[in-house]
Design a protein around this ligand. Structure first.
Ligand code: XUL
Ligand code: CO
Length: 437
């Protein structure tokens, strides 16, 4: 048997909710039923390869510090295979049964796409075997269309047609390997699809080209029989000053404008929502009402910082607010909670990977239980229903169904001297909500 990457650790135990053992699940119980559904099916946790295995925790001021004794730092396929072994060992010990990756996380970029594809195939075959042996599933795959220098001005939105061609070819292969691994979804995150200055940018052409790549991907999925869900992941800035997929509403409008809404849903990321000036609950709600909530990249940010810090979501109150919206949308089907999160630079020991994921998983488990309690309590939902009750009147129904005319409404309004408005009771509702947390 290969040498263990995490000797002396795990499987992470289930401990009492009052336990003082830090590396243990105080709330997460995979098979415990919440609203009749096992916790693990509500939460559908995934770990991402790029942060868990490939992030050395460097920052703009200093290099990698993460200790990864299983990784020799080279770009041989053998090193890639050892890394995959370490990752699947981590998943099993941490009780996570899904994962996500970019093509270039798991296998290196070579001089030509042909050579890169050949090495990717070797690593994918190994990952397929690891999946089979462990029962772990692929939540989604994607292509890295932002790291290589050819993508300096975007991939689908590059001013160079040759770069578009390369991006399309890379997506083709990434889709094929996602399909080969039984992926439940495929993500497009904008990467460098945006602009730094309008002065040198043909925005119409760039958006048209982005939509063209998405259509090509849909066509190819049909050709190879990939029935997984496509997702777009909104983010307003970073790395570009303006990203075309800036927030959920902008993405939905884009999908509608280009005839893509049937095939795509959204992958909402907490820290991207805050960068867009929204809460993550807002972004999930926007998806919910449009029927496009797909998946969630679960992380958190530092509100007063303005950078995508990709911190682990360890605050159960944030998780409860997210779970309330996710449950209101009917819960996940193909999607899940992917920890698109990295440890702080100072948390550089291998065991910190466990502490970080366990903290996030437990926060979501607790958040799930709180959300279920809020729904069972019912006072907040009842208040909101009552607040809009006048719309259930004959007049409300006539307006909502489009039967009322301006003239009819004017005749009701012209001589009115009082209006039955009532308090929104925000503080009372917050008191109820926080009391249940
Ligand atoms: C970048 C980001 C990506 C996507 C996948 O901010 O979130 O890691 O999730 O490309
Ligand atoms: Co993400």
């Amino acid at each position: 048997m290969a040498q263990e990457a995490f000797p002396g650790i795990g499987p992470v135990p289930f401990v009492d909710s009052t336990s003082r053992e830090p590396l243990g699940f105080r709330h997460y119980r995979p098979d415990e039923l919440v609203e009749g559904r096992p916790m693990k099916d509500h939460l559908r946790f995934a770990s991402c390869y790029w942060h868990t295995m490939r992030n050395g925790l460097g920052d703009p001021f200093g290099g990698a510090v993460a200790q990864m004794p299983w990784d020799d730092g080279g770009d041989s396929v053998e090193n890639c295979l050892r890394r995959a072994d370490a990752f699947f060992e981590f998943l099993a010990k941490c009780r996570i049964d899904r994962w996500c990756f970019h093509d270039r996380d798991i296998a290196p970029e070579r001089a030509t796409l042909r050579e890169s594809n050949a090495d990717l195939d070797r690593v994918v075959a190994h990952c397929a075997a690891l999946q089979k042996a462990s029962g772990v599933k692929l939540l989604w795959g994607t292509a890295c269309l932002f790291a290589h220098g050819r993508y300096v001005s975007g991939a689908a939105t590059s001013p160079r047609v040759e770069v578009f061609a390369h991006a399309a070819a890379q997506v083709k292969k990434a889709l094929e390997v996602t399909h080969a691994l039984g992926g439940e979804g495929y993500v497009f995150w904008g990467g460098r699809e945006g602009y730094t200055s309008l002065i040198n940018t043909d925005m119409k052409r760039e958006r048209d080209h982005l939509a063209r790549l998405l259509h090509l991907a849909c066509d190819h999925a049909g050709a190879i029989g990939f029935k997984g869900q496509f997702y777009i992941e909104p983010k307003p800035r970073e790395p570009s000053v303006h990203q075309y997929d800036s927030d959920a509403a902008a993405c939905i409008a884009f999908l509608q404008e280009y005839g893509l809404k049937d095939r795509f849903k959204l992958n909402i990321e907490t820290n991207h929502a805050t960068l867009a000036g929204h809460t993550v609950e807002h972004e999930i709600a926007v998806c919910r009402i449009s029927g496009v909530l797909g998946s969630v990249d679960a992380n958190s940010g530092t509100d007063h910082c303005g950078w995508d810090t990709d911190e682990f979501p360890t605050d159960h109150r944030l998780c409860a607010k997210m779970m309330l919206e996710i449950m209101a949308a009917g819960g996940f089907t193909t999607g899940g909670l992917n920890f698109d999160a990295k440890r702080r630079r100072e948390s550089f020991e291998p065991i910190d990977l466990f502490h970080a994921h366990v903290a996030g998983m437990d926060a979501f488990a607790r958040g799930l239980k709180i959300a279920a309690a809020v729904r069972a309590d019912g006072r907040i939902a009842a208040f909101v229903k009552e607040r809009y009750a006048s719309w259930d009147s004959e007049l409300g129904r006539r307006i909502e169904s489009g039967r009322a005319t301006m003239g009819e409404l004017e005749s009701l309004a012209l001589d009115a001297k009082s209006w039955p408005v009532s308090s929104g009771r925000q503080e009372m509702l917050e008191h109820i909500l926080h009391g249940l947390m």
